[in-house]
Design a protein around this ligand. Structure first.
Ligand code: PHE
Length: 355
């Protein structure tokens, strides 16, 4: 049994214990209203099964909102593979193959791509088992590869929309931007910001990653303990969720939060807390849709690079709409984005139940 997540109205969850590794596979299907449940596979250790299940539910809900806000005909789901610390590579491979067989058996009920702890190589392994609709395989296997750079592009367009709102000028040139987490999205985001002439600050728990990024001109490293206290225009959380909470928000010294990490708000009240602190919040599920929409566009809709550029730039426009809706409805930007996504969900014809 896994503990419930408050106010989670998802369709269901598949839980499978993997005896050979001691891992647990959790596939949360939040909503198939707009299309097949599609979301990443997150693979990492969690202290308890309950915490892993809670994360899977919230991440699956985030995917529902992400697709809906982006106006994309897909449903929300997410897989979490809870692995033991230090799982050896060979055991990990076996686990991924068994996970692939499970997905094959589900026959497309859940369609996956990479997330924290997985990438195109893992997607290749999963797809080798015959699992259908595995996104972001390596180009050598016919996939569109890493979604990170596309997600970063969507974040960049979101930052332009936020700068426009704050300063009346969309260009981030000369703005101080703090990028926390130098993974598959944070790293390409730093490159885009440098090219645009922003003053970039970076932080990561891995000192080596900070040193590497900070060796480029225009980039300065910040120790993880100084993240909240660092004065900046834009703060971009690019790692795990829950970093905006009652403890951190009073210490923030940024004008806006615009980043790709999923589920940045520890609780819904944190949106009001940010607003009260005078910080503009760009809702994560709007900002971070670039990778998911670009990859599904490229792989199933036959999109060209130009079409991808247009779709990622469209994320900035969606965010402008969110800001306008928040103003006219006197609500937080988070409420406005939720309302926008829910309107889309409610006006869609009810999908055939898949199970
Ligand atoms: N990690 C991606 C996200 O959270 C999931 C994804 C990637 C889904 C690629 C589909 C294709 O949006």
């Amino acid at each position: 049994m896994t503990a419930p997540t408050p106010r989670w109205h998802g369709e269901g969850m598949i839980v499978r214990h993997d005896a050979p590794t001691g891992a647990d596979i959790l596939i949360a299907i939040h909503s198939t209203r707009l299309g097949p449940a599609t979301g990443g596979t997150r693979m990492k250790p969690y202290p308890t099964l309950e915490q892993a299940a809670h994360d899977a539910r919230r991440l699956a809900e985030g995917m529902t909102l992400k697709w809906a806000a982006a106006g994309f005909p897909r449903g929300g789901g997410k897989a979490v593979i809870r692995i033991p610390e230090g799982l050896p590579a060979a055991a990990r491979e076996g686990l991924l193959r068994r996970y692939g067989s499970l997905l094959r058996g589900l026959g497309g009920l859940f369609q996956t791509g990479p997330d924290v702890g997985t990438g195109p190589k893992e997607m290749d392994l999963i797809a080798e088992t015959g699992a259908p609709h595995v996104f972001s395989r390596t180009p050598a296997r016919g996939g569109a590869g890493d979604p990170g750079p596309y997600t970063a592009l969507g974040v960049f367009h979101s930052m332009r929309a936020a700068c426009e709102r704050l300063f009346g000028e969309a260009s981030p040139a000369g703005r101080r931007v703090l990028v926390v987490g130098l993974g598959s999205v944070g790293a390409p985001l730093v490159a885009l910001l440098r090219e645009a002439g922003a003053e970039v600050m970076v932080s990561d728990l891995r000192e080596e990653a900070v040193r590497r990024a900070a060796s480029s001109p225009g980039v300065r490293g910040i120790p993880p303990s100084d993240v909240e206290g660092t004065a900046c225009d834009l703060y971009a959380p690019c790692a795990l969720g829950g970093t905006l909470n009652a403890g951190t928000i009073p210490r923030l010294r940024c004008r806006a939060v615009v980043g790709p990490a999923n589920n940045q708000l520890a609780a819904e009240d944190d949106a009001a807390r940010l607003a009260a602190a005078g910080i503009l919040y760009a809702p994560d599920f709007v900002v971070n849709a670039g990778g998911a929409i670009a990859i599904t566009g490229l792989e199933i809709l036959g999109w060209t690079r130009e079409r991808v550029e247009k779709a990622t730039a469209g994320i900035g426009d969606t965010l402008r709409e969110v800001f306008a809706r928040a103003d006219s409805g006197r609500m937080t930007t988070s409420e406005a984005a939720l309302q926008m996504a829910r309107d889309r969900l409610d006006s869609a014809p009810a999908a055939d139940p898949l199970w």
